[in-house]
Ligand binder design. Structure first.
Ligand SMILES: *Cc1c(COP(=O)(O)O)cnc(C)c1O
Length: 454
């Protein structure tokens, strides 16, 4: 362990992750093999992910030790700061106390390295030498590039072509950390070649990139695929956020009335919220809110159903809130919140009313991001502004009610690579977008023939 950090804040770092599966009132329905409708065979998953992670995905133990090698890497930036947003409180003239857990201090600038480091470690342990993944805007690709480099693994990142061309900075981060980042579709996979044959000028899509990354992983030696959200083990790795937050707030005798995080695939939110949801299951009064865009209202409007994780239907069927695997996102700037599905863990907790969703529109979120930057300094990622906007709503409510409330916000990442979005907002070029009900009805039609989760 790095001595100095251990001396300073050793007591804030948990030695185990918290697995909420051990405490959930309703167990998760299993992922299904779409061909048979039966629970997926772990051996099949083992072709895509290393077996030690497949086992972790199904692990039902409440506490899971964090290997020392992972802790050592996490110490590069952990424990992440828990701070009080006094400047924002003043600007809002609210009696509420607003705390935030800043995950923007990691090398890649978000919470994503918490799982990237763990996944790189488990792959290495299993004897894997090379990883593949896909990335849209580049946040996951850059986090995994950093992590792969830390453990001496090779990495190929399939980056959606339009982002590869329009967002060179994340690509350059990946290259700086030694990864091979290519614009998808490529000529390197059968999927990519087939797409290019038919649409040579395609901008690419996340669905195509996922299919390419999985095809590469299952057809190459000593190679596995890595995914940055949605899965149980990703949510598990992220619980270090909430466990640290609890220790840090305990030091000052504080406990939140409301915990808020933004939700794309659900991992940073699940990581922050899980330890608090455990308290809630045990009777503590606390609200837990997942903040999502009105343009992609998965938790607030999507049905709870079995659906594919990707457009090409290469994944198992997952039990989750979904807008349908053929969901086409509106062009909006919170790239990390455009996923059609939601972590099965978060979806199930929402079904059991332990988690509530809140949908926020783009203009309110950017306004919240601007206010945050001007009062608290740090410029939040467009995704993070959703949690901030939801937190501001709660703080305003506290003011109206004249109550002192303690609000905890998951500050998932900084926005220094996303200033194009701020530019569009500042120039008045952005508008709000509500995902239309008839589109939701359409995907319901498709989903009605699939098996139903418990
Ligand atoms: C990727 C990302 C998200 C969304 O991912 P989750 O799995 O829902 O946490 C949120 N914020 C930032 C900064 C991200 O990079």
């Amino acid at each position: 362990m790095q001595e100095l950090k251990v001396i300073l804040r050793d007591d804030e770092i948990p030695r185990q992750w918290y697995n909420i599966q051990a405490d959930m009132p309703t167990p998760l329905s299993p992922p299904l093999n779409p061909a048979t409708g039966q629970p997926i065979d772990p051996e099949d998953l083992g072709k895509v992910f290393p077996m030690n992670l497949v086992e972790q995905e199904m692990d039902q133990n409440r506490w899971i030790d964090i290997p020392e090698e992972i802790l050592e890497k996490l110490l590069l930036w952990r424990p992440s700061p828990l701070q009080r947003a006094v400047g924002l409180e003043k600007a809002l003239q609210t009696p509420a106390k607003i705390f935030y857990k800043n995950e923007g201090v990691s090398p890649a600038g978000s919470h994503k390295p918490n799982s990237a480091i763990a996944q790189a470690y488990y792959n290495k342990e299993f004897g894997i030498r090379r990883l593949t993944t896909e990335t849209g805007a580049g946040q996951w690709g850059s986090a995994l590039s950093f992590a792969a480099q830390q453990f001496g693994l090779e990495l190929k990142v399939y980056m959606v072509r339009v982002s590869f061309e329009q967002k060179p900075f994340r690509k350059l981060m990946m290259q700086t950390w030694g990864a091979n980042c290519v614009p998808s579709p490529t000529r390197d996979t059968a999927t990519g070649r087939a797409v290019l044959e038919e649409y040579p000028d395609t901008p690419g899509s996340l669905g195509i990139a996922i299919s390419e990354a999985i095809e590469d992983a299952v057809s190459s030696e000593n190679t596995r695929y890595s995914l940055g959200s949605v899965l149980n083990f990703v949510c598990l790795h992220q619980t270090i956020i909430g466990l640290e937050a609890q220790k840090q707030m305990e030091k000052i005798g504080a406990y939140p009335d409301v915990v808020i995080g933004c939700i794309g695939g659900g991992s940073n939110f699940a990581g922050l919220a899980a330890p608090y949801i455990r308290d809630k299951i045990q009777g503590r009064e606390i609200r837990v809110i997942g903040a999502e865009p009105t343009a992609c209202p998965t938790l607030t409007k999507g049905p709870y159903a079995y659906d594919f994780g990707d457009l090409a239907k290469t994944t198992p069927l997952l039990p989750m809130h979904t807008l349908g695997h053929d969901f086409i996102p509106a062009p909006m700037h919170a790239g990390g919140l455009r996923y059609h599905g939601m972590a099965p863990l978060v979806s199930r907790l929402c079904q059991d009313k332990l988690v509530e969703g809140a949908a926020l529109n783009q203009l309110d979120c950017y306004a919240a991001g601007m206010l945050w930057a001007r009062t608290e300094g740090f410029i939040p990622a467009p995704e993070t502004t959703h949690a901030i906007a939801a937190g501001i709503e709660e703080a305003k409510k506290a003011k109206e009610e004249g109550r002192e409330r303690v609000i905890l916000i998951g500050w998932s990442g900084h926005g220094l690579m996303d200033l194009k979005g701020y530019e569009a907002y500042i120039n008045g070029e952005l508008s709000n977008y509500e995902y239309p009900q008839e589109m939701i009805d359409k995907s319901l039609e498709v989903l009605k023939d699939y098996p139903k989760p418990e």
